[in-house]
Ligand binder design. Sequence first.
Ligand code: OOG
Ligand code: MG
Length: 260
Amino acid sequence: MTTWSVDTAADVLLAAEAKRRDRGPITEEWPELDLPTAYRVQKRLIERKVEAGETVVGVKLGLTSRAKQERMGIDSPLTAVLTDGYVLAADEPVPLDQLIHPRVEPEIVFVMGKRLAGPGITAATALDAVESVHAGLEIIDSRYTDFKFTLPDVVADNASSARFVVGGKAVSPKSLDLALEACVLTVNGAVTDTATGAAVQGHPAEALALAANALAARGEALEAGQIVLTGGMTDAVFVRAGDQIGAEFTSLGSVFVTAA
Ligand code: OOG
Ligand code: MG
């Protein structure tokens, strides 16, 4: 029997990640895990990673597209924290031997030029704080069996974060309409899904504004230099040994990951 608290929940999730052992939703054992408490668990989990030597490099949004919301059965966006421990270099294979059941999703990524602090941030103000826009792929790996969770469960699990890749091409946010930016998701060269930036809250800058405002409610802000993953544009695809998965964009360039 686990005596649940913010600390034990963070430790249980970190152990599941380290041991590659998935588990049932924490809310089944600890129904008191509500959304504010879940964000405290997420914060504690990140504090532990920082104590272990990792550095916070940004923020991610999750469940910002209808494709993701329908697949996961949760219709409300969330935020999570990115550390350098999640960074996968462009030429590095997906470390299948360190992950439970990884899935890959295409994302539009922002690098912040200025600090962005809510409340009251609009998409226009948000975009004004962006330095550059990039193609991205996120590798998610829920610590919950079969990716089955409630909103507080997934928030506590730092939104299934595992790895992410940011494309090397930097595009000015002023030079393109991100709602119309198209993305083709490929697995071993075959198209599996397509979307435009409008899939993400109508416009990825709306997702960025949402993040700034949600963070403000918890006394936090986006800092200059931080990376922001705006959320999967399509449903995620499982990655298996030998796969090459690509996100190919109209103007943002392409990113690929391979699994050895
Ligand atoms: C939760 C993570 C969601 C996104 O981009 O929507 C996420 C999950 O799907 O396991 O990263
Ligand atoms: Mg994602």
